[in-house]
Design a protein around this ligand. Structure first.
Ligand code: UN1
Length: 502
């Protein structure tokens, strides 16, 4: 048994639901390690009745929590940030063990959770509304932000801790309670994070603010989507999943915050500093084994440097150390499971059929676990497969005439999450960032597509769903806005000059 599992208290069969106390009465769910296929531990899933119990408690706690001053709510989030700092190493290992990303990225993910906790603490003394001038004499007009209610948080396997933290830390300072439904592929990381939250909230006398339900999408997931007690569903996952969520939640006129698929591209101009571009492309495409929403999937290279850059990339790919993500020197761990391996192999086959040329990689790695070779495919714009997000380390490279053409090709897909250009030419950089430039939610210059900081709003356009999480003013989605007009005069003038004398 790995020590960190024992220290985190999750080595047995764990209940999958909590609203302060832990319980669950559904079927068992096993969590397997993608590195060797071995069983890590088991979770007893929540049933729909268990879900209802969590909702009832969340609704009750909301009545108290919404009245707690925001800075006092922030103080509790501050304590949770400290708790995550104390356990950063163990949590980082758990993420690496259960999800398969390398240890440095596992720890980075916990750091991202800590960062957003800190951000939320500062925010708890802000949550600003505007004041505006009334057209009527003796009137004051302003807007204020109130807690929204119970937030449903749906997260994917690839960021099993940080994306929950983006939502939960912000929602908590906003005065909401919440129910987290994590991916069934990474239940133990969810339980470990939730345990820390439970301890901190119990110590402060507010059990039931942050809650967890691990269960099937087809039962508790669907119940949550249809549940009118949940005014906001914030979800990260595939475009297909997002469409289902959008359809159900908008039917009941609920709010959604969707962060869905990406098909992120890097443009490398002929004047780029390749000492920056090369490692950025490799990290973007190979990091997390290509399983980030922000992973680099397409590369547009200006023709004068196409040959030399692809050659350098192939050489760099050959030096990638594939192996146990818990070992410090590993660059790339396994994919999440064998299903993901099959999807990657299918995509490579489809690319070959469409005339794609495999420049390196292309196969599975012959060892236990879900390991694959990072793959580069020389592609052309007519290929259909390059329009899909395959959650795997496949990089499609394209030769382009100029930056304008690269931007056009970059924008020609359905997804719109992250994008980047490498250039030393200010005109190319500004074109990329202009209104006729990248159409994505994230646009970087001389930085890769992945690894965004929490301070900015995170999300994308088009089929990526349009939602924004984490920093900037994303908090507004987790609150309801109220416009207030106060008449402190002795008259009752009507707006727009309307007369109604009685
Ligand atoms: C995701 O893959 O859903 O920008 C989140 C990044 C990370 C978050 C990715 N900070 O790559």
């Amino acid at each position: 048994m790995r020590d960190f599992l024992r220290r985190l208290g999750i080595e047995d069969v764990n209940p999958g639901a909590t609203c302060g106390e832990w319980f669950s009465s559904g079927e068992e769910l096993a969590s397997y390690c993608p590195t060797d296929g071995g069983l890590i531990a088991k979770v007893r899933q929540a049933t729909e009745e268990d879900y209802d119990r969590v909702v009832a408690k969340s609704a009750e706690v909301f009545k108290t929590w919404r009245n707690v001053p925001a800075p006092a709510r922030g103080e509790i989030v501050r304590q949770l940030g400290l708790k995550m700092r104390d356990h950063k190493k163990d949590l980082g290992r758990l993420v690496a063990y259960e999800m398969g990303k390398v240890i440095s990225e596992g720890e980075g993910e916990i750091q991202e959770a800590i960062d957003i906790a800190d951000f939320a603490v500062g925010l708890s003394r802000q949550l600003y509304g505007l004041t505006m001038h009334s057209e009527r004499p003796g009137h004051r007009m302003y807007e204020q932000w109130h807690p929204l209610g119970i937030i449903g948080i749906v997260t994917a396997f690839n960021f099993p801790a940080a994306v929950w933290a983006w939502n939960s830390m912000i929602a908590a300072v906003c005065g909401d309670t919440m129910i987290w439904k994590p991916s069934s592929k990474v239940p133990l990381t969810a339980i470990a994070m939730q345990k820390l939250a439970n301890d901190v909230f119990a110590d402060n006398g507010y059990e039931g603010v942050m809650n967890l339900v691990i269960g099937r999408g087809s039962s508790v997931g669907e119940r949550m989507l249809h549940d009118r007690n949940i005014p906001l569903i914030s979800a990260t996952g595939s475009c297909r999943m997002g469409r289902r969520i959008g359809e159900v939640v908008s039917q009941r006129l609920g709010r959604t915050l969707l962060e869905l698929g990406g098909n992120n591209a890097i443009v490398v101009a002929e004047d780029a500093d390749l000492r920056l571009a090369l490692p950025a492309v490799v990290f973007g495409a190979v990091g997390t084994a290509g399983q980030r929403c922000t992973s680099t999937r397409r590369l547009f290279i200006e023709k004068s440097i196409f040959g030399s850059l692809t050659e350098k990339l192939v050489t760099a790919y050959k030096s990638i150390r594939i192996g146990d993500p818990l070992e410090e020197e590993t660059h790339m761990g396994p994919l999440i499971d064998d299903g993901a391996v099959q999807e990657m192999m299918d995509a490579i086959e489809a690319a070959k059929k469409e005339g794609g040329e495999v420049l390196c990689g292309g196969g599975k790695v012959d060892r236990p676990g879900s390991f694959v070779e990072p793959t580069i495919i020389k592609a052309h714009p007519d290929m259909k497969i390059v329009r899909d997000e395959t959650f795997a380390p496949i990089l499609y490279v394209f030769e382009v005439d100029d930056v304008e053409q690269a931007i056009e090709m970059q924008n020609s897909v359905d997804q719109g999450l992250s994008s980047a250009i490498f250039t030393t030419n200010v005109m190319s950089a500004e074109t990329f960032l202009s209104a006729r430039g990248s159409d994505c939610g994230i646009a970087n210059v001389n930085i890769g597509t992945s690894g965004a900081e929490i301070g900015g709003a995170f999300g994308g356009e088009k089929d990526t769903g349009g939602g924004r999480e984490a920093g900037s003013d994303s908090w507004k989605t987790y609150m309801r806005r109220q416009t207030c007009t106060i008449n402190w005069s002795k008259d009752l003038p009507l707006a727009q000059g309307v007369k109604f004398d009685i």
